[in-house]
Design a protein around this ligand. Structure first.
Ligand code: ADP
Ligand code: MG
Length: 347
C-alpha cells in the first residue's frame, strides 16, 4: 500500500483501503448480497493489477475486416462493452458515457448506451423523462423483457432507466444468476453494435456488478478536485473479485481525469498523483472544466451536438480517438498505434 501513503497529505486521506470495519462506500446498496467491499485491501497491489493493462480482453475478437470500407468497423464477435464506473457521485460518469458514445458514433461506430443508474441522468440527458418511460432496464433485468424492446433512438441508441430501477437490486437479489442478468440480456443485441457504453450508479452494488460482469473494459472518470485514492482502491478490489469469480476478461481501459481546471496548482497536482500511482493507465486525454457540460443536458443533447465546434466537444473526440487507436479493429483510425496493440497479432 506504500504508494498510496506517499502523498497522503495532499489526498487528505490516510491512503488505506477499506478494511472490514470501514463503512461501505457512499450510497452503497445495502441489499447487495455480495457487496465486495471487503477486508482484502492489504493484499492488493495496484502495480500487480495494473501491469497488463493494455492486454486486450477482446484481442482475439479483432476483425479481419478492419480497414475495409469506411471508418465504421464491423466486428465479427460483437460489441466491445465498456462500463463507466466510480462509486463516487459527481465525477462525470454520465457526462463521459454520453459524450464518448456520441464521439464514437461520429467516427462511424454503432453505439448503444445503457442507463443503469436509477437516477436516470443519462436518459434525461437525451431528452427522455425517466418518470414517463413504460419499459426500462428494470424490466430487462428483473422480468427478462428483451432489451431491444426498451431501446430508444436518439443521438445514439439508448436503453433507458426509470425510477423503479432503484428497486431492481432487491428484486434481483433472490434470482439465480443475478450478477449475469445484463450480460445475458446483451446477447440479443451485441452483434448489432460496435460499442456498448454502460453508465453505472454511484455505488458498488448489484447494478454495478452486473455492468462489470458484462463488460470487456472499464473507464474510470476521476474528478481532479476531490481525488479519492481510497475510492479507486475500493473499485479495484471490486473489479478483482469480478475477475476472480465472474468475468476474468474485464480490464481497466483507463482512468480519466475530469473537470480539470488547469489554472490551479491543486488540479495539476491531482493529475500528477494519478500518474504516479497509475502510470500508463491514466488517459492522455484530459477533460477540462467548462459550463457547456452542465448546459448541454438541459437541452437534452451531448456537448458534441450542443456546441459541435467547442472545446468541450473536442475533449471527448480526443478521448474517442485515444480509445479507438488502441482497438485492433480500428487500426486504420489509429494515429499512433500503441505498442501493446502491435503484439496481439491483429496486424
Ligand atoms: P456522475 O454521473 O459521476 O454523477 P455527472 O456526469 O452527472 O457525474 O456530472 C456531475 C455534474 O458535473 C453534472 O452537473 C455535469 O454537468 C457536470 N460536469 C461534468 N463534467 C464536467 C466538466 N468537464 N466541466 C464542468 N462540469 C462538468
Ligand atoms: Mg451519473
Amino acid at each position: 500500500m506504500g504508494i498510496f501513503d506517499r502523498r497522503s497529505n495532499v489526498l487528505g486521506r490516510n491512503g488505506q483501503a477499506a478494511n472490514g470495519d470501514s463503512p461501505p462506500p457512499e450510497n452503497s446498496a445495502p441489499t447487495t448480497p455480495q457487496a465486495p467491499v471487503g477486508d482484502e485491501a492489504d493484499r492488493f497491489e495496484p502495480a500487480d493489477m495494473m501491469g497488463p493493462v493494455r492486454v486486450r480482453a477482446t484481442a482475439d475478437e479483432s476483425s479481419e475486416q478492419a480497414g475495409e470500407g469506411a471508418a465504421a468497423s464491423k466486428r465479427d464477435s460483437g460489441a466491445i462493452v465498456i462500463s463507466f464506473a466510480n462509486q463516487k457521485g459527481g465525477v462525470a460518469k454520465t457526462t463521459t458515457t454520453l459524450n464518448l458514445a456520441v464521439a464514437f458514433s461520429e467516427s462511424g461506430q454503432r453505439v448503444l448506451c445503457i442507463d443503469l443508474d436509477p437516477q436516470g441522468n443519462l436518459t434525461m440527458s437525451q431528452g427522455i423523462d425517466p418518470d414517463k418511460v413504460e419499459l426500462s432496464m428494470y424490466d430487462v433485468l428483473v422480468d427478462k423483457v428483451p432489451i431491444s424492446q426498451i431501446i430508444q433512438k436518439r443521438e445514439i441508441d439508448i436503453a433507458v432507466a426509470s425510477i423503479d430501477l432503484a428497486g431492481a437490486e432487491i428484486a434481483m437479489s433472490t434470482q439465480i444468476g443475478r450478477e449475469r442478468s445484463l450480460e445475458k440480456a446483451l446477447k440479443e443485441v451485441r452483434d448489432d453494435y460496435d460499442f456498448v457504453c454502460i453508465d453505472t450508479p454511484p455505488s458498488l452494488g448489484l447494478l454495478t456488478i452486473n455492468a462489470l460482469t458484462a463488460s470487456n473494459k472499464v473507464i474510470v472518470p476521476v474528478q481532479c478536485e476531490y481525488l479519492s485514492m481510497r475510492g479507486l482502491v475500493q473499485l479495484q478490489n471490486t473489479l478483482e473479485m469480478i475477475k476472480e469469480n465472474l468475468n476474468p476478461g474485464v480490464e481497466i481501459e483507463g482512468i480519466l481525469p475530469t473537470m480539470l481546471d488547469s489554472r490551479t496548482v491543486h488540479a495539476k497536482e491531482a493529475v500528477e498523483i494519478l500518474e504516479e500511482n497509475f502510470g500508463e493507465l491514466v488517459f492522455k486525454s484530459r477533460i477540462r472544466k467548462t459550463v457547456k457540460f452542465a448546459e448541454a443536458p438541459v437541452r437534452g443533447a451531448s456537448v458534441l451536438k450542443y456546441d459541435p465546434q467547442g472545446n468541450a466537444a473536442g475533449y471527448y473526440r480526443e478521448l474517442a480517438d485515444e480509445v479507438l487507436s488502441r482497438d485492433p479493429a480500428n487500426e486504420d483510425l489509429s494515429r499512433e498505434p500503441a505498442e501493446e496493440v502491435l503484439t496481439d497479432g491483429a496486424t
